[in-house]
Structures are given as structure tokens and as C-alpha cells.
Write a protein that binds this ligand. Sequence first.
Ligand code: 4AD
Ligand code: MG
Length: 459
Amino acid sequence: MKYQLIVHILDNKPVKQIIEVRGWLRTKRDSARMSFLDINDGSCLTGLQIIAEEKLQNYDEIRALTTGSSLRVLGKLVHSPAKEQEMELVADEIEIYGTAAAETYPLQKKRHSFEFLREINHLRPRTNSLGAMARIRSSLSHAVYCFFQERDFFQIHTPVITTSDCEGAGEMFSVTSLNLDKLPRQNGKIDFNRDFFGCPASLTVSGQLEAEAYALALGRVYTFGPTFRAENSHTSRHLAEFWMLEPEMAFFDLNDDMDLAEELIKHLISHGLTNCREDLDLFARFIDKNLYDRLNSVLENNFTRIDYTEAVDQLCQSDQQFTYPVTWGVDLQSEHERYLTEKIYKRPVIVNNYPKTIKPFYMRVNDDEKTVAAMDILMPGIGEIIGGSQREERLDILKSRMQETGVNPDDYEWYLDLRRYGTTPHSGFGLGFERMIQFITGMANIRDVIPFPRTPGGG
Ligand code: 4AD
Ligand code: MG
């Protein structure tokens, strides 16, 4: 039985009920004739105290148990005389599934640093903080599906292996079945005709282009899955493998796109506040004392929407010394993004209409011909959490943008077809799921909000 259910029993029924629980030993305290075992089954943060009395037939083995052992306990749930917990379980029977040698088990009863825990990614979900993170992540993932289902979106499973570089940034991991020790060559170049797909292929950097094809058939779609970028960024906001949520909507312009993105962020925050309270309390206690005020203030205020040009003006007027100087035409760095949200506006900021020279080929060119209908959502403490745009629906302009940005239109005939046949205005965006979890939990490092982080130089 899960502890979550035990709490339910307590709320509704008198105690002294016989129940069975299974879980892992966190700590143990011994007195003369009994032992107190704090066990946790992972279903929620709270553990359950087990009272193991001397009369138990395997009492000697129980007394020798150490942190990390796994157990099954059958016993009576009673009100606890101690003030630390409401109830405890007086064991009639304890079965030991597996022990954990104290000399080698790395998770002893003390607070471990997140850096240390990253060295034992396979065991860290047994800690309070990483366990809470995993439960919050799961709950928010569910909330994503509900949000879109309730709004009549269709989920599209876009491919992980692809031949297109959506962002045009060349940050792709190659996928090949060629023998790397004996690459076939033709005129000095690798002969990809002999590769598995007959051409170079890679892991997806975004499901957007494929989502566009489905949006231009089904109206409103989204894709949510793993995304891969071989960018050599050693920051607390970048992973080589992360999860991106990408909605794509036919007949949406940039304003509709921004409205949906703001609604989504607020929905995920309020879902977390309502459904993950016990786990969030842990982060509010140990990670970010200001967590609830921070989250509530996002819910209560509209996001500020400004043009890129205005953002640059604001940054230039400030007396802050930035490592990277700001002028019209440069891409905003994390330090600029954070200054805008944390110092100037003190709330989430949506920056739109960026210079076309710093954005990918698919964004719609504005009438000024210098900017594109792009929008980035910047969050306090995080910086960019969403990148999106209205898409270029005009065939000729799209082709010339491809050429300008070094993308060969011949490789994207299928994508151009979407503009040849029944083209429409449409828009979409991508939300970095880990950055969203960082924002909600206050966790400083993105490596601690995904179970097995993939980063440059480390598996
Ligand atoms: O701004 P990006 O690159 O946008 C796209 O990929 C578009 N194709 C999305 C679309 O319009 N459908 O990435 C979107 C978001 C970023 O704002 C960021 O939150 C996250 O994905 N992201 C990363 N998260 C973790 N590690 C990385 N290396 C990330 N790169 C982007
Ligand atoms: Mg971006």
C-alpha cells in the first residue's frame, strides 16, 4: 500500500487498521527493546515510522539493518505518541528483501551536495530532493497533455531521427550505421549514399518542421519529446538532451501565439501549486525561500510584451556593465535577458520582433524587412524559457530566407510544398521543459531536474 493511501485512510477511518507497506529504509534508531525504522516507498515525500519490537522472529536481522535496505512490513497503523508524525506502524511481520552495506552505500543520513549526487545518478532519486523533483516532473508532464487535450489539440509524435536542421545552427548529433574505422569515400568525401538512410541523418533539434506539416492539416497540434543539441555550452541552463514541448497552430498570428504561451506557463505553475504542494514545500524550505511569492506573482500579473528594439534601448540606457555589450542587431545573452526580467520589469517579459539576421529561416519577415515575427519568453532567474514565432507562409520569401541563412531549399522541398499548397498564416513555439521545472522548483542547475543529464564531456 502506498503512503499516499495511508494518509487517506487516516483522514477517513479510525486507525488500528492492518496494512502492508513496502519501501526502503531511510534511518533507524534503536532503543533497548525495540527499533524505530523510518521507511519511504517513493510515492510521496513523507516517510512512515515502523515500530519493530523484540518479539519479532527475525529481530536480530532487523536490528542489523542499515540505510537503503528494502522491506515489506505488515502491521497495525496507530496514532503516534511522538509529535514528529501523526501515525506509525507497529510491525507484526517484517520481511527483508535486500540489505545495503553501510560501508559502501553512498547515501547516508546527511545532506549531500547536488554535485555529489550527480556522480550517482542511479541512486539519487532515493533522496528527498531528487525524489520530489521526479514526482513534480511527472505531474507537470501529465499537465502538459491535459492542457492541450482540453484545448482540442492533437498530439503528434515527430521523429527523433531526421535529415533537417530546423534551427539551421548545425548543432546536430549525427546518426550513422557506417563503420567509423572504414568510412566509404567518393572524391575524398564520405559517401553517405552507402549510409543507412542514403544521406546524412541526425538526432532532431526540434520537431517544429514536422509539426507544421500536421498543423497545416489538423489545425492545432503539439509535439513533446526529447531534443538533442550538440552545442558545447557548459551552463546551468543547457543540456545536450532535453525535452521540448512544441505546439503549432494554423491560423494563429504572433499575438495568438504569445497568448497561448503565457496561458501555458501560468497553467503549469498553478497545476504545480495545486497538485505538488508537499514536494514544492521541500523546495520552498531548502532551495528558494521566496518560492511561493515568486510563483504567485507570475500568476497574478500579465507578462510584459516589448519589441526587441525597445529591449535594446532599455538595456543601453541602464548603467549596468554587461560582459557582452548591447547594440541593435546582437542576440540577447542570458545576462541581458535576466536584467530585463529581474531588474527592469520584475516579471516575465516577452520580447518580440527580433532582427532577422539572428533568427532562423522559418520566421515570418515583418513589413520593415529588418525584423521577423519572433517571440522569446524570458523568466526571472532563468532567462529564455520559450522561443517561438509566426512562420513565413509566403513561398518566395521563405526560399530567399533559406538562401540568406545558408539553408539549401532543395533539401526542404517537402517543407516548401506546405507553402505551395494551401498555405496559411500559422505560428508556434517551443518550451524547454527542464527550464520550466527549474523555474517552478527554484533548482539552480538544469542537471538536477532531469533524471540522467546528458552534457558535453559527461555521459
Ligand atoms: O529557442 P529554441 O531553439 O526554439 C526552437 O527550437 C523552435 N524550433 C521552437 C518552435 O518554435 N517550435 O528552443 C526552444 C526552447 C528554449 O527557449 C529553451 O527553453 C529550450 O528550448 N532549450 C534548451 N533547454 C535545455 N538545453 C538546451 N540546450 C536548450 N536549447 C533550447
Ligand atoms: Mg531560442
